[in-house]
Design a protein around this ligand. Structure first.
Ligand SMILES: [Zn+2]
Length: 408
């Protein structure tokens, strides 16, 4: 019995050993089967397999699987390049090296040829390995750009526009740091700058945001009346000839002449009127809503007296008047007083200090004529709501600037 058990055991052991040896042999065969599509690669596989220890291989395979475009490049020339590079640049993270090696592979570049670019770019704080191709392209095509600027410019998506327009990159970097910089306006800033090189970047942004690169009355759009109390009406934004505000009410004699005004504006005005009154200040609405037809006859009357050029500085052409929106009021200190008397009355100072609390702004301020397109009108107030009026006052903006930056 003992002998037969021993013999049986030996036989089983032999069978098990044979099976396991057989299994080991099957594994690599299967692997080769999977990659028979590319016999060149499997040859390279065999060559590199011999020279790399298992731990390094495992590490590298994992990264390649995630980031090298095709697995068939596994253990290829680039894989070796990666390992080599990784070994010599231990401080650069592996992910970044993979992007770099991939870039070299795609562009058929020997990586040592652009290694200095890469190392210097990598040292920049905001370096983003995914943008390596754009960094290097910009670096090679711009004149004397610093590594810091290259990273900044590409990260802000300014590379294409700078190269296309051959514009000074310091100018662009100053522009994008301006508070009211709008990326959609970039090409317009550049064009405007080409014709106005003495202006600061702040002036460029302000003027283009206010459409000063367009011609009054010539380059205009129909205004978006769905913006409601924030709609803009000026020499670049027109109202339809038939536009009439929906909620017009007639002003009571206490508050002004009995013309029409938007009801919400009227309610806000009455609150303001009462607050002013309790401070001993009076005010009176001389001119609120005006129809297209009325504006047409007013404007043409001024043109007959002063000519078009002069009339355009103080009177709006029909369709371009804010009064047609029902959101504007011209104020006198009291009934039967002229608009011109407003600026020297205590009412004027009170309004400058307090009107924003009720949602009204001085619409055509002094020294902003070039933006608004109108001479200083101390009597003309516009309802925009408390939130907008507060920002406009605190940041010393015209409604043109506010609209383009915050509303449009
Ligand atoms: Zn007015």
């Amino acid at each position: 019995m003992k002998k037969s058990i021993l013999i049986t055991s030996i036989i089983i052991l032999v069978i098990v050993s044979v099976i396991s040896i057989f299994k080991i042999k099957i594994k690599p065969n299967k692997k080769v089967d999977n990659s028979t599509n590319n016999s060149v690669n499997s040859n390279i596989d065999n060559n590199v397999d011999d020279s790399i220890d298992d731990n390094t291989k495992y590490d590298a395979i994992e990264i390649e699987t995630n980031d090298f475009e095709n697995l068939e490049n596994y253990n290829s020339y680039y894989y070796k390049a990666y390992l080599n590079y990784s070994k010599n640049n231990l401080d650069i993270d592996k992910q970044t090296i993979v992007y770099f090696i991939n870039y070299c592979r795609k562009n058929n570049i020997e990586y040592m040829n652009i290694n200095d670019y890469f190392i210097n770019l990598y040292k920049e704080n905001d370096f983003d390995a995914k943008k390596i191709d754009r960094y290097i392209y910009y670096l090679q095509n711009s004149l004397n750009s610093s590594y810091e600027n290259v990273v900044k410019i590409v990260n802000n998506n300014l590379d294409t526009v700078i190269l296309k327009n051959k514009v000074d990159e310091d100018f662009i970097l100053n522009l994008i740091n301006e508070k009211y910089y709008k990326s959609n306006n970039l090409e317009r800033y550049i064009n405007y700058f080409q014709n106005n090189k003495s202006l600061s970047s702040k002036e460029i942004v302000t003027n283009v945001n206010s459409n000063l690169d367009y011609t009054f009355y010539k380059d205009y759009n129909m205004t978006d009346t769905s913006k409601d109390t924030l709609m803009i009406v000026n020499k670049h934004y027109k109202l339809d000839n038939n536009y009439v505000p929906k909620n017009l009410v007639t002003i009571e004699p206490t508050y002004g002449y009995q013309f029409e005004i938007r009801q919400d504006v009227y309610e806000a005005f009455k609150n303001m009127y009462n607050a002013a009154k309790s401070d001993g200040i009076s005010m009176f609405i001389v001119s609120p809503y005006r129809s297209y037809k009325l504006q047409n006859s007013i404007y043409n009357n001024y043109v007959a007296i002063d000519g078009i050029n002069k009339a355009d500085t103080y009177s709006a052409r029909p369709g371009f008047s804010e009064h047609q929106s029902g959101l504007a009021v011209d104020l006198a200190p009291k009934a039967y007083m002229d608009l011109d008397t407003f600026v020297t009355s205590p009412s004027y100072n009170w309004m400058i200090e307090n009107s924003y609390k009720y949602g009204f702004i001085l619409r055509y301020p002094q020294n902003k004529e070039y933006i608004t397109g109108y001479m200083y009108e101390p009597w003309h107030y516009r309802y925009v709501g408390v939130e907008a009026a507060t920002i406009i006052k605190n940041e010393d903006l015209t409604f043109e600037e506010y609209y383009e930056y915050y509303v449009k």
